[in-house]
Design a protein around this ligand. Structure first.
Ligand SMILES: [Zn+2]
Length: 120
């Protein structure tokens, strides 16, 4: 079972700053809470809704004959994300167990709430 999967609620463990000026106001504050949109397992990273937005400059194409500027989510490393627990109201470490019928469950290590049951 995977620690973080598409659609999961997660908490950002790190503040994200501009690479040009790391001392400036963070682009995303530590503790931001959101939902995973997409995961890139090979590179161990995810796109998280409204987290780490960057302007993407789209060259002219059929859809945008003038070209355009699109705001889109940039990748965040999975190691900087923590699964969110509704009971604890915070990002938590998780543990895995198998229930009586043999279904794998992902649980909050703090309060034991089942965060996901079955599936991958
Ligand atoms: Zn919990």
């Amino acid at each position: 079972m995977e620690r973080i999967r598409k659609g999961d609620r997660v908490v950002l463990r790190k503040r994200i700053t501009s690479s040009r000026n790391p001392d400036a106001t963070p682009i995303v504050a530590k503790g931001a809470q959101s939902v995973v949109l997409e995961i890139d397992r090979a590179k161990g990273r995810a796109r998280v809704e409204r987290v780490n937005l960057r302007w993407h400059h789209q060259r002219p194409n059929r859809l945008y004959p003038q070209g355009t500027r699109l705001e889109r989510e940039e990748w965040v490393q999975l190691s900087n994300l923590m699964p969110y627990c509704d009971q604890c109201k915070r990002g938590v470490r998780v543990t895995y167990r198998t229930d009586a019928s043999g279904t794998k469950e992902k649980c909050c290590r703090k309060c034991g709430t089942v965060l996901r049951s079955g599936g991958k």
